[in-house]
Design a protein around this ligand. Structure first.
Ligand code: CAO
Length: 301
């Protein structure tokens, strides 16, 4: 096993490095006993940027138009703004994705039976709303999933006591991730309404910037569109994200015989620096329990 490198520096330099997304473990300190100065951090970041530029130049050794007709297009402002954040998350967090299939047959039967007691009309609550509630129970049981790294070099994380779930919303401007606050305190109906209102605000660009901050964990649901499993990118500074794909009917061996069951594919990406594979597997087991045949008891419906 490689020896853990000791890092000598001041809290001010640690904060500076953190703000720039520079990993102190990768920086050679120029001062006495290898102490890292602010200047060392700047030099390191400059070198990284130069390397990045070099890679970009290498990529553009030829013109696409040399090979046929092309057209230049602008990507949306939202996509441009999200790009550095995605690069930071993808390149600084050691991601692992755990996939699982959850039997939600009973939950789906219940969900499809929901009707308004006065009008008799069907109440529309999507599976995502149940998943949000079930996720909060998992976060309560596995609080490390509801944390953010303060300083990995000294092994410090901040654990959140609140349950604000980020929801990835697909809009024509690009992807936005507003937070649904205090999910633990809200019932299914009010969560469904809030999810709808917040998505609409995003799509009309009427959402306040502060709604994108301060999350516990994010859910990225492609369930309304399709697919089975994907590898979602963690929304830094969060440490895990739950990807949800489309539930499908499958022939499953259940209670001693094959029967058609409704199976939900999920993909949990987690930061391997602070979450181990075994913990992620237990987290997914818990989620399966919370959405399984005992869902009504678990979610206190
Ligand atoms: N399995 C099967 N059906 C599902 C489902 C699932 N996992 N999730 C939703 N559905 C169904 C819903 O019940 C609804 O059915 P009806 O039309 O019959 O009522 C339909 O699919 C559409 O649901 P929806 O997508 O409108 O609603 P939602 O609550 O599931 O999702 C929102 C809301 C905002 C997350 C969604 O509209 C959206 O933007 N999704 C895309 C997110 C995205 O792009 N993520 C990828 C990011 S990259 O990491």
């Amino acid at each position: 096993m490689s020896e853990i490198k000791k890092i000598f520096t001041t809290p001010k330099v640690r904060k500076f490095a953190r703000e720039l997304g520079a990993n102190l473990e990768s920086i050679e300190g120029s001062e006495r006993k290898g102490r890292i100065s602010e200047e060392d951090v700047k030099k390191f970041v400059n070198l990284q940027l130069k390397n990045e530029k070099k890679i970009n130049l290498e990529r553009n050794e030829f013109e696409h138009s040399d090979f046929g007709e092309v057209e230049f297009k602008e990507i949306s402002r939202v996509k441009k703004m999200a790009a550095p954040h995605l690069i930071k998350s993808w390149s600084t967090i050691p991601h692992v994705t755990h996939h699982e299939e959850i039997d939600i047959t009973e939950l789906e039967n219940f969900r499809n039976s929901l009707t308004d007691q006065y009008t008799g009309e069907k109440i529309k609550i999507t599976p995502l709303v149940f998943i949000m509630k079930a996720l909060v129970l998992c976060l309560k049981k596995f609080p490390f999933f509801n944390s953010s790294i303060e300083d990995i070099t000294i092994g410090k994380v901040v654990q959140k006591k609140y349950f604000h779930i980020g929801i990835a919303v697909d809009t024509k401007h690009g992807l936005m991730v507003p937070k649904i606050r205090n999910v633990n305190e809200k019932n299914l109906k009010s969560l469904a309404k809030e999810l709808n209102d917040v998505s609409e605000k995003c799509r009309k660009l009427k959402i306040d910037k502060k709604e994108f901050y301060g999350g516990s964990m994010t859910i990225s649901s492609l369930g309304g569109i399709g697919g089975s499993f994907f590898t979602p990118i963690i929304n830094s500074p969060e440490v895990a994200i739950l990807g949800v794909s489309r539930a499908k009917k499958k022939q499953i061996f259940h209670k001693g015989k094959f029967s058609p069951r409704i199976i939900l594919p999920i993909s949990l990406s987690y930061d391997h620096r602070i979450i181990d594979g075994a913990e992620a597997a237990r987290f997914c087991n818990e989620l399966s329990e919370n959405l399984g045949d005992n869902f009504a008891y678990k979610l206190s419906i």
